[in-house]
Design a binder for this molecule. Structure first.
Ligand code: ADP
Ligand code: ADP
Length: 224
């Protein structure tokens, strides 16, 4: 599903080269549940941006779903991103003026799905995260954990090949964090491929495999 081969990302700051990633290589198979864990400054955001097709690397190769996207333009990256990746962010990124159901439906409108199919998928996705009865609520009327469940439903409804979650529990207390990780586990059991990026070891331990990064390099892979 994911193959990063010797990927480097270099920032130029005042005549100095900063390697945010240095020859990082990793592999995530279809259906795997993986966490990428590392301290602040280790290169997690940079890795997330590359895996999520938000940014290109400077060196090395990236294969997603067998497709080499190493030299894609910004427009081509956007196409791959919209077609294949379901993002979940720390701060949920819901649209405040839209109900839970409308938030989940929005990407499906962009995908130009017919309204009956959108309705079916919204219902199905909100049921998966056990929030269908709150479908008419606005984000502000939901708890943080519930908002994150809406965000997961939004990703799920678009049927992505890859769920990519950036600090998905970063804004939640530990009980709610476990609940959200439970939802990711359910999605994994249903065959979905999930990559979670986190600085939190407890969260990372919930995944099937833990990829540790340090100073822009993969330093360790731990099977759990
Ligand atoms: P993390 O998400 O693990 O905190 P980052 O990927 O944000 O790590 O950063 C990795 C390294 O690259 C850090 O040293 C950071 O300061 C540097 N870096 C990240 N983004 C930029 C940027 N846009 N310009 C310059 N340096 C950057
Ligand atoms: P995180 O909470 O994920 O560790 P960071 O504070 O590392 O976030 O980075 C937030 C954003 O700022 C990222 O998009 C990153 O690319 C950028 N960034 C990080 N470090 C620098 C830097 N030294 N100079 C410029 N931009 C940076």
């Amino acid at each position: 599903m994911i193959r990063l081969n010797h990927v480097s990302k270099i920032y130029h700051m005042g005549g100095e080269d900063i390697y945010a990633l240095r020859e990082a290589s990793l592999r995530v198979r279809k259906g795997e549940f993986v966490s990428i864990v590392g301290p602040s400054g280790s290169g997690k955001s940079t890795m997330m941006n590359i895996i999520g097709c938000l940014d290109n690397s400077d060196e090395g190769e990236y294969l997603l779903d067998g497709e080499s996207i190493t030299n894609y333009s910004e427009k081509e990256l956007a196409k791959v991103r919209n077609r294949k990746i379901g993002f979940v962010f720390q701060n949920f990124n819901l649209i405040p003026k839209m109900t839970a159901a409308q938030n989940v439906e929005l990407p499906l409108i962009y995908q130009k799905l017919p309204s009956h199919e959108r309705a079916e998928r919204v219902k199905w996705a909100l049921e998966q995260v056990k929030l269908y009865e709150r479908r008419e609520h606005l984000p502000a009327e939901l708890s943080g954990g519930q908002q994150q469940r809406v965000a997961i439903a939004r990703a799920l409804a678009a049927r992505p090949s890859l769920f990519l979650a950036d600090e998905p529990t970063g804004a939640l207390d530990s009980k709610t964090s476990r609940e959200i990780m439970g939802i990711f586990k359910d999605l994994h059991e249903q065959g979905n491929t999930i990559v979670i990026i986190t600085h939190d070891e407890n969260v990372a331990d919930e995944a099937e495999r833990k990829i540790r990064i340090r100073d822009g390099q993969v330093s360790e892979v731990v099977e759990s």
